[in-house]
Design a protein around this ligand. Structure first.
Ligand SMILES: [Fe+2]
Length: 295
């Protein structure tokens, strides 16, 4: 897309191009540090929904204020109290590092997940910017959740369609494991391999009664998810020093952090800024765009 757009007396040039990645697209011709015309913003938002992951490279350092501003294209920001660090440039920035002086450590390494499963409405989008790139390791890996669901056998799908995940956080929320994405209707998953205390059969939000799966059933759920994940394409994003910025549809892709030596001397300093956008719906088995449907 190469076009000129006249808005009032101002002519805006947008040179928006994209190329496919194993999951998502990389977009060229956009400087995120500058204010963008509304047509370009809408195009980016459409591409995030359509492709699930939109990567921008060579952005330099995008300051915290601008990262939050970009994140607000998708909705209100949801920051959580545990995710505060004194070195964070902004209350809405979750600053992650391999150095505890610089940011919160040990984040995202407990397994594949989406962000915010401890919320009744998990985050709709996660927005990432790497401020300091490690010399080795520290990739972020993404998987397409629709493909994970579609790789279950018919028997597994029948079983898992009745399974709900139970968050291990204080809220102990219960979410359907498989449900339609609220915007696209494609089957997706609400799951967190590191923050789940168990699984429940056919949870009824009205009664709140928990019919917990037994140990053997729990194991079969965990095993089915892991096998399905191992059968789909994984996009391992190698962060570059020149400034990478990623917009992700948090409900459509799972992710996890790749390994990185904790020693800053060995691996170099890694600092990632993440912003999360408040979800608009609870994961719901059957309904698209319906607010407050399950809780
Ligand atoms: Fe995460």
């Amino acid at each position: 897309m190469n076009r000129f757009i006249i808005q009032g007396m101002k002519m805006i040039h947008s040179n928006y191009k994209s190329s496919p990645l194993p999951i998502g697209i990389e977009v060229f011709g956009v400087d995120l540090k500058r204010q963008l015309d509304q047509v370009t913003v809408e195009r980016i938002k459409e591409d995030v929904t359509k492709h699930r992951l939109v990567v921008f490279r060579n952005q330099g350092v995008v300051d915290g204020h601008r990262q939050v501003e970009i994140s607000k294209w998708f909705g209100e920001i949801d920051n959580v109290s545990y995710a505060k660090h004194p070195m964070s440039p902004n209350i809405d920035i979750f600053r992650v590092s391999n150095d505890p002086v610089q940011g919160c450590t040990g984040v995202g390494i407990t397994g594949w997940h989406i962000d915010g499963t401890f919320r009744s409405e998990p985050y709709s989008h996660s927005i990432y910017h790497m401020v300091s790139v490690a010399k080795s390791g520290g990739d972020t890996m993404f998987i397409p959740l629709t493909q994970v669901v579609e790789s279950f056998s018919p028997e597994q799908r029948e079983f898992l369609n009745h399974v709900w995940m139970l968050s291990d956080r204080c809220s102990h929320l219960c979410h359907p494991l498989i449900y339609p994405h609220p915007l696209t209707g494609r089957p997706t998953m609400c799951f967190h391999q590191g923050m789940t205390s168990g699984f429940v059969r056919d949870y009824d939000p009205t009664s709140g009664k928990l019919d917990l799966l037994n140990e053997e059933e729990n194991k079969s759920v965990i095993s089915a998810i892991q096998s399905a994940i191992e059968s789909v394409t994984v996009y391992s994003h190698k962060w570059l020093e020149t400034g990478d910025f990623i917009l992700s549809d948090n409900l459509a892709v799972g992710h996890r952090a790749g390994s990185i030596p904790s020693s800053v001397e060995t691996a170099g300093l890694r600092i990632l800024h993440r912003v999360t956008v408040a979800g608009k719906t609870s994961p719901c088995k059957n309904t698209l765009q319906k607010q407050d449907c399950c809780y």
